[in-house]
Design a protein around this ligand. Structure first.
Ligand SMILES: [Zn+2]
Ligand SMILES: [Zn+2]
Length: 262
């Protein structure tokens, strides 16, 4: 799988949080805000940033038809924005209606609107599956629910990227199972215990450690204790009987260094 260049698409699809990617997304958000604000008192705004955003969306795998539907903008307007009116020989416009600009800039690639075969960062998918194992769901059971062989399932848990198709299927499965008792679904007590133990020894975060909003962001980290990443986390982990997580280890170390310095 070839790597995407750093920028908007890589930030959105691969979850890269490097300086270049962060800068690209910050610039886009800045321009979106500015154009929306300017549009409130101007009949036209600059078309260039809107054109660049539509090109980014296309680079992410969104077709013009999809972009038009999501923005509720006529597809002809999008074609004109990108290529001008070819039948009249007019070049792409330098200015655009503020409402059209705002609608197009509001479209962003998500697992819901990307094509099923597109590849995205696996973080949210892997976290959901691991959290289900931590809840007592055996990997073989999850694999069969996803129409995967146990081998493919195991491999999927280790990859950096998954297809949008897999990400969606895992979301649906997670929403169905996270709050369901595996014993009530016919999983044996022995299999439930084995799954839970495997998750614990592997350091896989449970459902409760994740926020729905940040679960798909590769840069986010689980909060096992409610106080992870603070000096209190160390003790909270020991009370819960879970291994100290990397953020709590870091917090403990920097706390010690501060104490020594004091
Ligand atoms: Zn990057
Ligand atoms: Zn922690």
């Amino acid at each position: 799988m070839a790597d995407r260049p750093h920028g908007y698409a890589r930030y959105k699809l691969d979850g890269c949080r490097c300086y270049t990617c962060g800068w690209a997304v910050a610039t886009y958000r800045d321009q979106r805000e500015q154009l929306v604000r300017r549009g409130q008192w101007q009949p036209f705004v600059d078309a260039a940033p809107v054109r660049a955003h539509v090109a980014e969306l296309k680079a992410c795998g969104l077709g013009e038809r999809t972009i038009a539907a999501l923005a509720r903008v006529d597809r002809k307007r999008i074609r004109e924005l990108l290529h001008g009116r070819t039948e009249r020989g007019t070049p792409p416009p330098t200015r655009i209606r503020p409402a059209t600009a705002a609608a197009l800039l509001a479209v962003e690639p998500t697992p819901e609107n990307l094509p099923p075969a597109a590849h995205i960062a696996s973080a949210g998918t892997v976290r959901r599956l691991r959290a289900l194992v931590a809840a007592g769901w055996p990997q073989a059971h999850l694999a069969s629910r996803l129409d995967m062989t146990p081998g493919n399932f195991g491999a999927a848990l280790k990859r950096d990227r998954v297809t949008v198709r897999t990400a969606r299927a895992v979301r649906v499965l997670y929403d169905e199972l996270w709050n369901t008792d595996p014993l009530a679904e016919g999983v044996t007590l022995q299999a439930v215990t084995r799954a839970r133990n495997h998750a614990r020894t592997s350091g896989w975060a449970p459902v409760g450690a994740w926020d729905d909003e940040t679960m798909d962001d590769p840069a986010s980290a689980p909060d096992w204790t409610g106080v992870c990443g603070t000096p209190a986390g160390d003790y909270a982990h020991r009370r819960l009987g879970t291994p100290v997580c990397p953020r709590c280890k870091a917090a403990r170390n920097s706390h010690r260094i501060e104490q020594r310095a004091a």
